[in-house]
Design a protein. Sequence first.
Lengths: 497, 467
Amino acid sequence: MQRPEIRFAPSRFLNEIGEVEVKRAVSSCINCGMCASICPFGVHDRKAGFNRIAKPLSYLCIGHACEDEPFYCVDQCPRKALSLVENPLYRTIGDRRWTRDLILGTWKQAETGLPLTGLRYEIGDSGGGFDRIFFTFESAERGDAEERGMISTAINLNKRAGEQLKIEVPFYGGGMSFGSISLSVMLARAKAAQAWGTFTCTGEGGYPEPLRAYDDNMITQVATGLFGVSEETIQRVRIVELKYAQGAKPGLGGHLLGDKVTADVARMREAVPGCSLFSPFPFHSVYSVEDHEKHIDWIKTINPEALVSVKVSTARDVDMVAVGSYYAGAHIIHLDGSYGGTGAAPDIAKKNIAMPIEYAIPKVHAFLKEEGIRDKMTVIASGGIRTAYDAAKAIALGADGVALGTTELVALGCVRCGSCESSRGCPRGIATTDPELTRALDVDWGAQRLINLYASWRSTFVEILSKLGMRSVKELVGRYECLLHLDYLTEKEVRTD
Amino acid sequence: MPRKYNITVLPAPPRVPPPGKYVIVRSEECINCGRCTHVCIYGVHQRLEKDPRCLAEPESQRCKGCFRCVQECPRTALTLMDNETYTQLGDSYWTPEIITTTWYQAETGKVPVSGAGYAGPFSGSGFDGMWTDMSEIVRPTRDGIHGREYISTSVDIGGNVRAITFDDQGKIGVPLPRTRSVPLPIIFERPPFGRSEPVYAAVAKAAAALDTVMLVDAEEYCERSYAANLVPVFVAAEPGHARKELESCLKTAPMVEFTYDRAVLKVVADARSITPGSIISVRVPSGEAVEEIVAELVAGGVEVIHLCADRNGRTLESTESRFVTDMIRTVHRYLVHLKMRDRVTLVVSGGIALPEHVAKAVLCGADLTAIDVPLLLALGCQYCRDCLHGRACPVGLKDLDPDYGAQRIVNLMAAWRNQLLEILGAMGLREVRRLRGEVGRAIVCEEIQKETFDRIFVKEVFNHAKA
């Protein structure tokens, strides 16, 4: 497959947030251009035809690590007009799951398409789960370029009889509905998915017409609200997702608050503008595995070619649900853990209901193995996958691949302020359908950001696999011995590490 | 089907505006271009009314931290910082998040909803060390939200009969114990501080509006209206002087509570001799061997036990204090083991700060909970505890209008109840009574970690399994 081209895609906003701030005292600066000529990172720039040096692009600065370098502008400036200070914004941004470094790191990857190194770009500060699990690389050898070129990151989504459905990267876009996010974001996601030969999902809010061009890379969701679901939309796609539950609000139906139900959204969902939409929970036609099978048969009758994915959240008996889904005829079991979620969800549900994805994956993996059907079922994990490292850890714990939601939104410039649901929606023009706010995001720019992010993730995957001596990401599935958990290290090991 | 319980919510805006989460500072670099006024959708940035050439000071309190103005300002004149007044609210248990979310619910009666997933830590101690289960596909769930399916949150306080017998005429042949039903698994405890006449009045009025009960000091009981919703608390060690009060209380109060003392059973027997049918509760501070004390009281015929922890949910042992959930589980299990659990109603108080704490306390084995600090927070308290040091209350709780205060508490309980319904519905339960002691519906972090991760990360186990 021809890999899409990485192109520089800087922030949509004038002042990108960085770790430090480079300040130029305008009164002292003589615009000599020394700083612009020495800085290798492009912080200082004198645009062609201008006498004055442009305002420093502080976010590109590597900060205090630069101090000993010969190109340290603060020391080199003949007028001592430059200074380096901590950026107060850097302290404000981020939370325990998505630390400031993860947010800024994801922005950087989406801008440049290049992976970042350093622990702070690998884990967050949640104090558990992926943030305490690490790879144990036997050797730090990376292998040569040729070897790395041979490493495959492709996975197959259909393990049952019939045609294989290969995706080039072990991840695809999770369900985010029209209404929770804007059409531009949906289109950007679809474009990126097409470029990378993977998929993205419509969520439960219907299948907007402009997405038709991407039918081969779309997953359409049949959720409890059945918003915008028709036989025709099911026939268009290669994967149909039955959403039984979602990780952000396990045990509750989807929420779309009234303000976000604009005329367009209401038309798509066959609802009334301005009225909050709460999907029922559960499917009132499914109360047993037999009912579940009937549902899947219904999809298969309408579209016999399509793969059926079953999205469930991580209940205590999620392993049984996975096995039941296999016998009901599903191809993919999609486990949605409780730390993801992009739209509105009651705080109580987000925090308290269902178990973290880190426990659910090995539980399902082990149980499918015991039942002898692990090689017949594709396991996709989502809900709190923030970095390529998280994704690789999820795969090593037993998933085949992962689905991404929040991460993609962060790549598009989300700061996780958590106001997606209120009033007109996202103030940054991502999770909104407000006509004015939506204009803040250009489809091509968004697609490029996602293409870049995927490229960076793929590079990270290749690096991890090469360090583990593996040729394909498929080899990584359920390889517990590659992982260690800080809670399980003996005191001695902690000390030597 | 029982009559549907409904709580009437009316908006009750705060008397003192709550501190915003963020502070926006505009530096002198600002050229009054007004870009920020266009990009901010929350109205933080406005032009001065008197002089529209200038921008007004940012109204930080409205800021939601989206960084858009900061990132779009052509002069980089804006800075967004955490508001220290916000981050310094409360303490490590009563966190700023808990305090502000309680204020929000007391104002609006709405379930707090937000976007972008869960941003907090993986797990934590106490209530945060446990998740609640949900059902999907193979177990019927309940669509409780917005009353689409009816889920009952009512519980009974009082004793129980072990078996019903019938006489020759087919009538029930055993005396039935008196019980008091409360429509929520929540009763009101006396606030740990900040008590004043209007605060009392507001809580009592809210208790009456909600049809639950409120604990009050015995000496104050007689002076109050809403007698049917007040439970006087007597100090068991001093029964003599309160004999007359006790007699009158037993006739009117829905329940009477005695604080624990070695001789409490005698006091209870004495009270029973006055009015045999009254519901009597004994308040047991959680300490060493609390389960044995409880068992002894139950065996002695006490039908309600009120287990108290401190206001941060820590038990009161002198040596190693536990979290209240551990204590409830121990007591519940011990009573089940002695086949006594159904003879007693367990009320638990201490550290109940959020609706999920109610659900989790019940999951661990309590029948219902008593709340204290959340009542104060609903009234607008900032949990500064200045009043404990004799300083004036910054929000002036003493001048509270009791009607307004009662509405704030009613709103809070409406929001809590809806959240309880969400948790219960997700678990597929139709009534909160069924949740009691259902630890199978809890996912305890330590246990699930052991269950799933031991076979992965404990090297010996792993090697053994491989061989």
